[in-house]
Design a binder for this molecule. Structure first.
Ligand SMILES: C[S@@+](CC[C@H](N)C(=O)[O-])C[C@H]1O[C@@H](n2cnc3c(N)ncnc32)[C@H](O)[C@@H]1O
Length: 316
């Protein structure tokens, strides 16, 4: 029998388990099962009348989570694994005759397994197919985007999703290069980026870092997925139910922060109105105003933790 603490511990693990305020007989959704550590940590807190639903769009993540959850053999705990996008949360619950749950977790972005598996194409340090699809059944890979997008669209992707200051230069070079030979592998792209980036930019972090982040977000429509999830969450949480969201870059964190503020204070009346006439009522409260960031120990073990931020909201 395994315990969650026997496994690779994900970023902000303990903070999530505490901030979900888990009730043993509650219903919980882990929207991003990944390696299954958070799911296992939640399941460990549940009794036989509680339920965990673990969602992931990556079948490899679900297989890893299944192994972990099946290894936990106490209290006859119940769990369901779902291969889907988390934006489908409302339908996922409805199909199982569940109206609302007591807690929702999303640990956004890419998993260690995805990054470490060269053939998945997520890593600028490993040679593999230029793929980056979390769900391999999706039609568009990173190579498709790189080889077929217009130069303008590539600039947009690199600027908006990667905040890449050399977006114009990289996009132009990609278009020139692909006219000679289409991009196939991660290293095709890394070599091109290294060859065009100015020397001073190479002294900082890896020169392909922002381009890879941008492509991954575009391929998996990560910001759209997050926005759709945030639209359905208020309809899926019980009174006092909590949502825990971990983001790894400012683009995601801004979306979460703004939405939580809107939920807490949805009133749209002008500031000089003596009373509220819009009738929009707060949905609940933000639990940690600035969110929770990883401690020194977490960062020492995993450099991704440096940019992680957990935000927590509790529904009325
Ligand atoms: C950072 S990992 C989660 C790690 C996990 N908390 C653990 O304990 O191992 C993120 C996971 O979310 C999945 N994912 C990302 N976006 C998704 C989406 N829109 N719908 C479903 N799964 C998604 C990825 O496939 C990946 O496995």
């Amino acid at each position: 029998m395994y315990k969650a603490s026997d496994y690779h511990i994900p970023v902000l693990y303990q903070e999530v388990i505490e901030n979900l305020a888990i009730k043993p007989d509650g219903f919980y959704v882990d929207c991003t099962a990944g390696g299954g550590a958070h799911s296992l940590g939640i399941l460990e807190q549940l009794s036989s009348t509680g339920l965990l639903i673990s969602i992931d769009q990556d079948p490899e993540a679900l297989a890893a989570t299944k192994l972990k959850l099946e290894s936990l053999d106490h209290n006859n705990t119940q769990f369901i694994l779902v291969h889907d996008k988390f934006s489908e949360l409302k339908d996922i619950l409805a199909e199982r005759n569940i109206d609302k749950v007591d807690g929702i977790l999303a640990d956004l972005g890419v998993s260690s397994h995805q990054i470490d598996t060269a053939r998945r194409g997520f890593s600028y340090r490993r040679d593999g197919a230029l793929d980056m699809r979390m769900n391999p059944n999706n039609p568009v890979s990173a190579a498709d985007l790189i080889n077929t997008s217009t130069e303008e669209d590539l600039v947009y992707i690199l600027k908006v999703f990667g905040e890449e200051r050399y977006a114009n230069l990289i996009a132009r070079s990609i278009v020139e290069k692909r006219n000679l030979k289409p991009f196939e592998t991660t290293m095709d792209l890394v070599e091109l980026i290294k060859s065009v980036m100015p020397a001073r930019s190479k002294r900082e972090k890896h020169p392909a870092r922002r381009t890879f982040q941008a492509l991954r977000i575009a391929v998996n429509q990560e910001l759209k997925e997050l926005e759709k999830l945030l639209e359905v969450i208020p309809h899926c949480l019980n009174n006092k139910g909590r949502v825990n969201l971990i983001s790894f870059h400012s683009l995601e964190d801004r979306i979460i922060k703004n939405k939580f503020q809107e939920w807490e204070n949805p009133c749209t009346c002008p500031n000089d109105f003596p009373i509220c006439v819009c009738g929009k009522k707060p949905l609940g409260k933000i639990i940690h105003r600035k969110g929770i960031v990883a401690g020194k120990e977490d960062i020492a073990k995993n450099s991704r933790a440096r940019s992680a931020r957990l935000r927590v909201f509790e529904m009325n």
